[in-house]
Write a protein that binds this ligand. Structure first.
Ligand code: FAQ
Length: 325
């Protein structure tokens, strides 16, 4: 189904329908699954929601790696709950994508074949416990900035999924900041670990918002359709502005010498990340891309017996129902 969709031609779409569709978007009406929508709108949503779902699921790996090594029982319970939440977010998002006519199995297959992306950030390793605090604080923090804006996205099921996800993400960011605060206010060795985590994760975190507006391929059309309601650079600036005072409060060094308050702009100036690194990572050449995809494909294959069992049970129940009718 999805394969046919992505090769479908949009050129024979009725201009009147297209005009009415855009008028609905301009009036801030939500588009619902059974409404008419341009094929390119549907495809853009499938790409973005699918990538987003994959990010939630792949995003469990760098943190899941630390569940067995969390320093206390309390931290272990918190981390376990957070990682489980990410699986739930993946499910809401795959369900939202399914309303557009693509199955979860199809999306997963495209991910495993390297034909769909997931967020660049999850291709970086989590090397010490402070990284887990930094992921919650910086990575979930960046995800929230993006996702709060997406609560207003024009596609109803995506927008509603975002509202629920944002509530849970707030807990994730709080637990991350709390964990890193303990390290930053702890022993000199713990503080050094916190600094090291911030140094390594700062630039990858600000890359999460995507390329600069001038390089972004999809932004213009996605903003016309209000799939995206704020630009990549606009959201990145908001994240930088809200995070610098938090780094200062922790007593950690700013990870970029270019960071300074700009009175005229009313924002912090900061240095661009290394965009060549970003484009390499999203092409599959980041430090952990191969491991992440292997882990996901192995998990999918190892779980085949569960899916088969559920399906057999479901089929048996359906057959019993039909026989009883
Ligand atoms: N990573 O034209 P644009 C989370 C690609 S959730 C990888 O600007 P667009 C929760 C882009 O796909 C994090 N690829 O693209 C959590 C396109 O390539 P394509 C995920 C990226 O779509 C926390 C090309 O570059 N959140 O972390 C990235 O208009 C902790 C050109 O870019 C979402 O997915 C990237 N960072 O804007 C879970 C939010 N950026 O497809 C576990 C929803 C860009 O043509 C633990 N998505 N690319 O081959 C969005 O808001 C948008 O898709 C953007 C990109 C803003 C990410």
């Amino acid at each position: 189904m999805y394969a046919q969709m992505i090769t479908a031609e949009a050129s024979d779409e009725d201009p009147k329908l297209l005009e009415e569709f855009q008028a609905r978007i301009d009036r801030d009406e939500k588009i619902e699954p059974k409404d008419w929508m341009p094929m390119a709108y549907r495809k853009t949503l499938i790409r973005q929601i699918g990538q987003h779902a994959h990010s939630e699921v792949v995003g469990q790996l760098p943190e899941g790696n630390w569940i067995t090594r969390a320093p206390t029982l309390e931290r272990k319970a918190i981390l376990l709950a957070k990682v489980q939440d990410e699986a739930g977010h993946g499910l809401y998002l795959y369900s939202a994508a399914e309303t557009l006519g693509v199955s979860r199995d199809e999306l997963v297959e495209l991910l495993h074949e390297g034909k769909m992306k997931y967020s660049s950030i999850f291709n970086y390793p989590t090397l010490n416990w402070a990284d887990i605090g930094a992921v919650g604080w910086l990575v979930d923090g960046a995800a929230i900035v993006n996702q709060v804006a997406l609560q207003r996205t024009s596609y109803g099921p995506y927008s509603r999924a975002m509202i629920r996800i944002c509530k849970e993400e707030s807990f994730h960011a709080r637990q991350g900041y709390h964990a890193i605060m303990q390290m930053a206010f702890g022993t000199p060795a713990q503080k050094a670990m916190a600094q090291d985590a911030v140094n390594r994760l700062w630039f990858p975190a600000i890359m999460m918002f995507g390329p600069s507006d001038s390089e972004s391929v999809h932004s213009e059309q996605s903003m016309t359709w209000k799939i995206k309601v704020r630009s990549n650079d606009d959201l990145r600036q908001q994240f930088v502005d809200q995070t610098i005072p938090q780094i200062e409060y922790l007593g950690l060094d700013l990870p970029d010498p270019g960071i300074k308050w700009n009175e005229e702009r009313g924002h912090y100036d900061y240095s661009d990340p290394d965009w060549s690194e970003f484009f390499n990572v999203i092409k599959g050449k980041g430090p952990c891309n191969v491991d992440r995809l292997n882990d996901r494909t192995n998990a999918w294959e190892d779980g085949a017996w569960v899916r088969d069992g559920l399906l057999a049970h479901g089929n048996k129940k359906a057959a019993a129902r039909t026989a009883a009718e």
